[in-house]
Design a protein. Structure first.
Length: 209
């Protein structure tokens, strides 16, 4: 069976079709890893590219991500049987005092679309929670989002907390959000700033490679 079909249905956001095609591919004996990489993840990659180039917008990304998740629901047990591990682990959240989550949710979907496991801490997340989660769950990356100039300084506290807890050399700290800039990221000692969700996922995948 052609994995392109899964990729195309995913890009079109046809969740039921994706689910049916993933099941069909499994029934035909296609390896879960191939379905994941050449079907679901390659489809989500294309969605990320289009989003970055402003060819599609947030609603289209959301329906594509939903289609991917429907396909993943069927694949997950089979991937687990084969011992296929995520390529890396990220904890993500919007920083303390900030309740915006659309950007964070997009980044999460794009990262999952790169085959990363994402622990979503939600909004209003304290520096201690970010760092404790990264320690307990062995995350390679802490990803912080802020939409307000008044909350972006909390990102600096996350970096300091990681230093205090002795894991700064073990985790990469990524930051993003409307008021955040590359120079701000450098000034607080973060490892990366990315301007959009697709770029964030690319950088995270590189960090975990």
């Amino acid at each position: 069976m052609d994995m392109q079909a899964i990729s195309q249905k995913l890009q079109a956001g046809k969740a039921k079709d994706v689910k049916a095609l993933v099941q069909q591919a499994l029934d035909e004996g296609v390896s879960p890893q191939v379905i994941l990489n050449e079907g679901l993840l390659s489809g989500m990659d294309k969605v990320g590219e289009k989003f970055k180039n402003n060819e599609i917008f947030v609603p289209e990304v959301l329906v594509a991500a939903r289609a991917m998740n429907w396909g993943l629901d069927i694949l997950r047990p089979r991937l687990a049987e084969e011992g296929v591990k995520a390529s890396g682990k990220v904890c993500i959240g919007t920083v303390q005092g900030d309740l915006h989550d659309i950007g964070k949710n997009l980044v999460k979907m794009m990262m999952e679309g790169k085959g990363l496991e994402v622990v979503d801490l939600g909004t209003d997340v304290s520096p201690e929670t970010f760092v404790r989660t990264a320690k307990e769950q062995n995350c390679q990356i802490i990803c912080c989002s802020a939409l307000l100039t008044t909350t972006m300084d909390v990102m600096g506290e996350v970096v300091k907390e990681a230093e205090r807890e002795g894991i700064r050399d073990k985790v990469k700290i990524m930051v993003g959000g409307a008021p955040v800039t590359d120079s701000f990221a450098k000034s607080i000692g973060a490892d990366a700033y990315t301007p959009d969700a697709a770029s964030a996922a690319e950088v995270a995948a590189r960090f975990c490679a």
